[in-house]
Design a protein around this ligand. Structure first.
Ligand code: 6PG
Length: 222
């Protein structure tokens, strides 16, 4: 686990994503994108890079259960900031369907990933995550049943505090990644990250991200 304090947060994030795509060596680059507000400007800057976009396979670490054009949709934010501006083949953008029944959407996505993974676990080359002020990540919120999931890769989770349903990757899928990169900004979150890194912060869902055979980097910005 590596903690990187960055004074060039967006540039450092873009460089790390670009480097991971180059490391894929011209083969498929499985990249999972996170939602929320922090990554928007990273995705915008990433779209300016000259990368092998045709090799990118895009998944979404979580999604709000809304239509893809809803202002709360992570897909909409990512499409506007990145996908509409680069030449990733449409069939390589594996969208979580927030507009259909949550359980059905989770089942469909699970099946899609398993079809692509064959007998193996679906391993992301790089999986991006944010973290909330309560230590949630993806849509794994404190006390959620989804935190206990050890078999499924994608579940629907009712987030009590938001009175809303979410779709989210689970720890088994997240922790199968070759690289996990947290993108976190702000002093209040910094304190949570430091607690997680020093251990004993199991109350925070982000502390459950521990890649089994991969790297974990916390990129902290102002
Ligand atoms: C979401 C995200 C969520 C996000 C954190 C941090 O759907 O909101 O996936 O996990 O990463 O809430 O959000 P900010 O980056 O906006 O603080």
């Amino acid at each position: 686990m590596e903690l990187v304090n960055s004074s060039r947060f967006v540039r450092d994030a873009v460089n790390r994503i670009a480097a991971a795509s180059v490391a894929a060596g011209g083969g498929p680059f499985r990249l999972s994108l996170c939602g929320g507000g922090t990554p928007r400007e990273i995705y915008r800057a990433l779209a300016e890079e000259d990368l092998d976009w045709k090799n990118f396979i895009i998944t979404f670490g979580d999604e709000r259960c809304v239509a893809p054009d809803h202002e709360q949709s992570n897909y909409r934010m990512i499409r506007e900031a990145l996908l509409d501006r680069v030449a990733i083949p449409e069939e390589n953008v594996l969208r979580l369907k927030g507009e259909i029944t949550p359980a059905k959407a989770a089942d469909e996505y699970e099946k899609l990933l398993r079809q692509r993974a064959g007998d193996e676990v679906f391993r992301h080359d790089l999986l991006l995550l944010g973290m909330g002020e309560d230590g949630h990540t993806a849509s794994l919120f404190p006390a959620a049943q989804a935190l206990e999931e050890r078999d499924r890769w994608v579940v629907a989770s009712e987030v009590t505090k938001l009175s809303a349903w979410r779709l989210t990757f689970t720890y088994p899928l997240i922790n199968a990644s070759r690289r996990v990169l947290f993108l976190v900004r702000g002093d209040s979150k910094r304190r949570i990250v430091e607690q997680i890194i020093h251990g004993g912060a199991d109350c925070y869902p982000a502390s459950g991200v521990r890649p089994e055979d991969g790297t974990l980097v916390w990129l902290l910005g102002q």
